[in-house]
Ligand binder design. Structure first.
Ligand code: ARG
Ligand code: ZN
Length: 502
């Protein structure tokens, strides 16, 4: 007989359209967002709730062990400790790899079934239970090291008990079989879209947009950038469809149900940057850039537009490498998705809205591979370091042959901000404003002001050192500031106090 999980007295824990920097006049980056984004989730919400999955890979699974859902939510370890987003992430372990075997059929709208296999290392003296972020779905089987484990679920977490405690450094393997209709809930951080995670815009497409808190709506995750891992995807898609994901395509195996596309990305990746897409996608191969595989996927209707944009922007990788150091991953490209007005810098394979195939967007997302993806935020409250740098380099690309034009542009952007009332401090953004004009435009203005403050040489040397030192991991604002002080030899305390706190 299995004991229920013993609870210790756990204290309760207390697109984006920035594209058109036509709004250089510091308009909200989302103004003019196509109305389509608002309709994203609508079609699938009407889908039959219990449509059985048509592809046989959705197996019934074994009987789960008891679920204790009356136990207290939010045990102490069920937060990774980000004060800006304490609901996200968990402590006690470090995920090494996610393998996501998913049956992805866009025809039964909103239905997902899958098997997530996580390998993780224990990072605490003794681990007798641990939590994962996971919302919705019926769990059909949950094993730890091959043995059915007991667990309970709260609204946002699955808390798993271990029969034998593990100790620091132990490796363990969690396997969860799940299926159901994806849950759609608005994110407090992204008020301009009705939900995050996996989208089924029509019966011929599936795509994912998870930033910042949406990975947990499509796979069980330690859903915070502080826990990065390698990813493997085994994606079963029906005949005639192509399934894509981060990294490199390993194999394409036809079977009676459809084709399994296996993708692997061996670089550390935050869960919110994991992506899959399914559609009638066409491969666009663009060769290599300095050893990096360039491959994109397009819906037939966007192909000509994407190919032309790729032509115009292909020099941007070597241009950024000259400024910042090597491109941090093995591959790069875009997949066009019918997402309305949302584009996300998903690692190595940007989910690009068919409405946003514009050079500025392509460069902005490319810059995120260095800023946000290779070096990730230690706290979501430091968003300016993602969006400010991506916006800065997007503008710099525009003026790459015109330094005076660039300076004039950045000065006008900065003046526009000075005369904009009601901006929030960059280090104290309300959640609904995480992707607002402060992060993008004030962030870019800060980056430019820093360049003026320390001079070009220390500025770029500092950026290269920052990317080299923290690449593959996270850095905090404090890390960034200390590094820029180290490289410039200047005390930047007052500079950053004014820019971040006022
Ligand atoms: N980081 C994205 C970009 O700048 C913006 C994403 C906004 N949307 C979202 N669902 N988080 O391209
Ligand atoms: Zn961005």
């Amino acid at each position: 007989m299995k004991q229920p999980l013993l609870r210790k007295a756990a204290p309760m824990l207390a697109a984006l359209l920035l594209a058109s920097l036509a709004c250089q006049t510091v308009m909200a980056p989302f103004s003019g967002q196509p109305a389509e984004s608002a309709t994203l989730a609508a079609p699938s919400q009407t889908a039959a709730a219990a449509t059985p999955p048509p592809l046989a890979a959705c197996t019934p699974g074994s009987a789960p062990r008891p679920i204790y859902d009356s136990l207290p939510p939010n045990p102490a370890h069920a937060s990774i400790g980000d004060p800006y987003a304490p609901e996200l992430g968990n402590l006690g372990y470090d995920v090494q790899q996610y393998t996501l075997a998913l049956t992805l059929d866009p025809r039964p709208q909103g239905w997902l079934c899958g098997r997530a296999t996580l390998t993780a290392l224990v990072t605490t003296t003794t681990l007798d239970e641990f939590a994962l972020d996971f919302i919705g779905f019926a769990i059909q089987s949950l094993t730890v090291d091959g043995v059915l484990a007991e667990y309970y679920r709260t609204a946002d977490k699955v808390v798993i008990g271990l029969d034998e405690p593990l100790t620091m450094g132990d490796e363990f393997l969690v396997q969860i079989d799940y299926q159901g209709e994806v849950v759609r809930r608005p994110s407090p951080y992204v008020p301009f879209t009705p939900s995050l995670g996996m989208f089924f815009p029509d019966p011929e497409m599936i795509f994912v947009v998870s930033e910042p808190d949406g990975a947990r709506y499509w796979f069980p995750a330690n859903d915070h950038p502080r826990d990065k891992a390698a990813f493997r995807f085994e994606l079963l898609a029906p005949e005639g469809f192509t399934a894509v994901a981060n990294g490199l395509l390993q194999s394409e195996t036809p079977g009676p149900e459809g084709t399994t596309f296996t993708w692997q990305h061996d670089y550390p990746m935050a869960p919110y940057l994991a992506t899959v897409a399914v559609g009638k996608l066409e491969l666009i191969e663009s060769g290599y850039s300095n050893g990096v595989v360039l491959r994109s996927y397009s819906l037939p209707a966007s192909r000509a537009e994407l190919e032309a944009a790729l032509q115009r922007t292909q020099a941007a990788i070597p241009w950024l490498e000259a400024l910042l150091g090597p491109y941090p991953f093995e591959a790069y490209g875009y997949v066009t998705v019918r997402s309305g007005g949302i584009t996300l810098e998903t690692q190595t394979l940007v989910a690009l809205s068919t409405f946003m195939i514009e050079d500025e967007v392509l460069i902005h997302e490319l810059a995120h591979m260095w800023f946000g993806n290779s070096v990730s935020l230690h706290s979501w409250g430091e968003m300016w370091r993602n969006e400010g740098f991506a916006t800065y380099f997007q503008i710099l690309w525009n003026y790459r042959d015109d330094p005076a034009g660039f300076a004039a542009e950045m000065e006008s952007l900065t003046r526009g901000l000075d005369s904009t009332p009601g901006l929030e401090p960059l280090n104290d953004l309300s959640p609904a404003n995480l992707f607002g004009r402060e992060s993008y435009f004030k962030g870019a203005a800060l980056v430019y002001a820093l360049q003026q403050e320390v001079g070009d040489e220390a500025f770029f040397e500092g950026l290269r050192l920052y990317l080299a030192r923290f690449g593959g991991a996270t850095a905090s604002d404090a890390d960034f500031i200390a590094l820029m002080e180290e490289v410039s030899g200047q005390d930047l305390g007052e500079f950053f106090r004014v820019w971040l706190e006022e």
